[in-house]
Design a protein around this ligand. Structure first.
Ligand SMILES: C[S@@+](CC[C@H](N)C(=O)[O-])C[C@H]1O[C@@H](n2cnc3c(N)ncnc32)[C@H](O)[C@@H]1O
Length: 337
């Protein structure tokens, strides 16, 4: 059923905005990052960044407070072997989005790359083809079943370990040329903590790429879930109305990257259409993508009721191509100076 999902991926809009210390209008991602990086470095030298850092720390503290409330809501215990294999089969949306992120990161032969939250390793496997035999890609993910699927890829320059974005102590400082989080940041209870860790393991000049849902334009499946689970019968389950997946806004993402000491942030948005053959397939994609967190926190009987109600809402989005949802991706590339 899942493998026959009709999937269409369209880039309808791509915009790059230079969001930190803009100089001249950018000619493209490379020049945008280069200009911003130079200015950022200059500011560091001139010690002008302290005001910005102060402002951001305050925002980050507020944000951290908000995120602490989320910690209890996200479960890494709802994943199964089946969901892991299902993710490998249905994660075309995340994979295609990830390919566009890797393109912006301009990965070259011989580089050392860290894929944080690698899942079943599809994107890491592609990254390994970019770095070639003299390079190395390491993927980490806290879910053992996903790491087991990833390990079956068996490429000599690619390895996977169970690990957490918020604790990268197994890696030396300044040991990676590139690190990226594809569809991962919104799951992290301590987003700034993770970015600080990644900044530490990046070499000077190393690049961090991030791509995921946008808090400015939350995914339709999240809005529908909030609406359905706001009904009285789900109220005893706080995850029903809580913000389990914490998608940052563009402003928040840029602030986080700056607070982590990264420079030259070029943030961008992309839009795609996710098409599944029916509501059941859409629910399957969501179960696998959220490692069981979409409605898995509900007791069995309520879970079935919720899936029924969600399915009816999804069917409202049926076109002649299938059930379709717009997805606005928010991304950024930043540099360790
Ligand atoms: C939607 S999947 C994305 C997987 C992969 N990056 C991709 O592009 O297909 C989200 C991943 O985030 C991982 N994740 C959740 N919490 C994490 C954490 N604290 N540290 C690292 N990864 C985490 C999940 O285990 C899951 O594999």
């Amino acid at each position: 059923m899942q493998s026959s999902i009709a999937y269409r991926y369209l880039y309808i809009l791509t915009s790059s905005t230079l969001s930190v210390l803009p100089t001249k209008p950018s000619k493209g991602p490379r020049s945008a990052i280069g200009n911003a990086s130079r200015r950022c470095f200059q500011n560091k030298v001139n010690n002008k960044s302290s005001f910005l850092t102060l402002k951001l720390s305050k925002q980050s503290n507020n944000r951290t407070q908000r995120l602490i409330g989320n910690m209890a809501m996200i479960s890494l215990g709802l994943d199964t072997k089946e969901l892991a294999h299902q993710y490998e089969a249905v994660s075309e949306a995340q994979y295609q989005a990830g390919l566009s992120l890797l393109k912006k990161l301009e990965i070259t032969a011989g580089q050392r790359v860290l894929d944080v939250g690698a899942g079943t390793g599809r994107l890491a496997s592609y990254a390994a083809s970019l770095v070639g035999q003299d390079g190395r890609v390491i993927g980490i993910d806290p879910l053992e079943d996903r790491i087991n699927v990833a390990r079956s890829k068996n490429q000599p320059n690619l390895s996977f370990d169970v690990g957490d974005a918020q604790d990268l102590s197994q890696f030396d400082s300044a040991s990676f040329d590139v690190a990226y989080l594809n569809c991962v940041l919104h799951w992290l209870p301590d987003q700034l903590g993770a970015l600080n860790q990644i900044a530490r393991v990046l070499k000077p000049g190393g690049r961090l790429g991030i791509l995921g849902g946008s808090g400015d334009r939350p995914p339709v499946f999240e809005t529908i879930k909030k609406h359905v689970l706001s009904h009285e019968r789900y109220r005893d389950y706080p995850e029903s109305t809580g913000n389990v997946a914490n998608f940052p806004t563009q402003h928040e993402l840029e602030s986080l990257l700056q607070a982590a000491g990264l420079c030259g942030t070029a943030s961008f948005t992309e839009r795609s259409i996710i098409t599944m053959q029916d509501a059941e397939s859409m629910l399957g994609w969501l179960d696998a993508s959220t490692f069981g967190n979409y409605v898995g926190h509900l007791p069995k009987n309520l879970c079935d009721t919720a899936r029924n109600e969600l399915g009816k809402e999804f069917e409202q989005l049926r076109t002649d191509r299938g059930v379709e949802m717009e997805m606005v991706w928010l991304g950024a590339v930043a540099i360790q100076v």
